[in-house]
Design a binder for this molecule. Sequence first.
Ligand code: AMP
Ligand code: GLY
Length: 417
Amino acid sequence: MRVLLIGSGAREHALAWKIGQSPHLEKLYCWPGNPGTAELGENIEGDFKNPDKLGYWAREQQIDLTIFGPEAPLVDGLADSFSRRGLFALGPGREGARLEGSKSWAKKVMDEAGVPTAGYDVAVTMEQVEKSLAKYPEPYVLKVDGLAAGKGVLICEDHSKALEEARSVLEENRFGSAGQKLVIEEFLQGKEASLLAICAGGEYLLFAPSRDHKRLKTGDQGPNTGGMGAYSPIEEISAAEQDELGRQIFRPILDILQKKGIDYRGILYAGLMLTPQGPKVLEFNVRFGDPETQAILPRMENDLLPYLFSAARGELFPEPIKWKEEACLCVNLVSGGYPGSYKKGYPISGLEKLNPETIVFQGGTSTKDNQLVTAGGRVLGVTVLGKDLSQAREKAYLEVEKVNFKDKYYRTDLGRF
Ligand code: AMP
Ligand code: GLY
C-alpha cells in the first residue's frame, strides 16, 4: 500500500513508526514530515499549500491512503477534495470536521444527541455574554468558537476578567474570524481523560483510554501547553466503563451525524472530564491526539494500517483491537520558554545512549550539518513501556536524563496526575 501522511509533529512520527511496521506498507510519504519520519519514509518537499496540488500529486503517485494528522486541513475540507479525486482519505470531510472546527456546533450536536457535557450558552454580543455569566458561578469558561491553535479556551477567575477576555475576543477581534462567537460554559471539576475511536459506516472501535498532561509545570501548574506528555491506560476507566462511554458518547454522536447525512470516516477524539456526576465531554477533536497517540500506539498489538485503510473506505476493520497489558508513558522534552517564545537550533545529544526499546518521537527537530537540532517547542517525546505505570515512569525518567539540548525542560511528575 502506498500511504501519504500529512503533518510534521511527534504524533505523525508515532503514526509513521506504527505504519512502518505493517507488512502491507509498500511506500510511506510524509508531507511535510520531520527528521523522524524521514527515517521511516520519504518526506516530500514542495509548496502544497494549495490543496488541489497535493491531491493532484497523490493521484499521480497512486497513493492508496492519505492520513491526516492535524485538524486544520480537515476543517478546510481537504479530505473532501481528496475524495472528489477518487482518493481514500482518513479524516472526516468539512462537515464532520465542524465537531472540532466550531465549538458551538459541537455543543449543539452533543445536545441533540443527549451526550453529557457542560451547560453552555453561545454569545456574539457583550450583552449576551453578561446575561450568560450571570447564570454560572466563578470561575468562568469562555471558548472561542473556531480553531485557535489550542489557545481558544479562556478560564477566567472572576467576572471582570471574563468580561475583559470576552471583549478582547468579540470586540477587539483577538482571534480574528475564529472569535466571532463565544461559547460560555459551566466550569467542570474532575480528572481529564482522552478517549479516541476510529469511526466509519456509523460504527466505531475504541482505542485504549489515555491522559495527556496539558499544564507546563510539575505539580500540574503553569500555563496550558499542547501537551507535556501522556500515558495509557488510565486507572479511572476500566474496560467495562470504556464500553459504557462508547454507548453514551460515540454511539449517539455517530447516529446524529448519520441523520445529518455526514459519513464520518476517521478518528473521533472525546476529551472528557470525569466529574462526580459522571464523565462529561469537554471537546471533540477530529484527529489523533498529540501526545496521546505516542502513548497509545506502542500498546497496540495489531497492525494499524488495515484499520485506517478500511475506515477510509467506509467500513470498520472487523477485528477487535488488542492491547498490551503494559503501560506506556511519553515524556515530552520541550524548549525552555515554551509555550511562549524560545530559541531554536540547539544540538541534540545522547540519543545513542538510550535503551534500544525506548522510542523517541520527534516533534520539533530539524537537521543542520548532519546534526539533529531543536526546531520547535515540543522537541522530543521519550516513550517507554513498563509492566505498570510506576515502572514505566521509573524507566522513562532514567532515559530522559540521557538526552540533552540547551534549555531542555520537562515535567518530573508525569503519570502521577
Ligand atoms: P479544550 O481545548 O476544550 O480541551 O480545553 C482545554 C482545557 O481547558 C481542557 O483540557 C480543560 O483542562 C479545560 N476546560 C475546558 N472546558 C472546561 C470546562 N467546562 N470546565 C473546566 N475546565 C475546562
Ligand atoms: N492532547 C490534546 C490534543 O491533541 O488536542
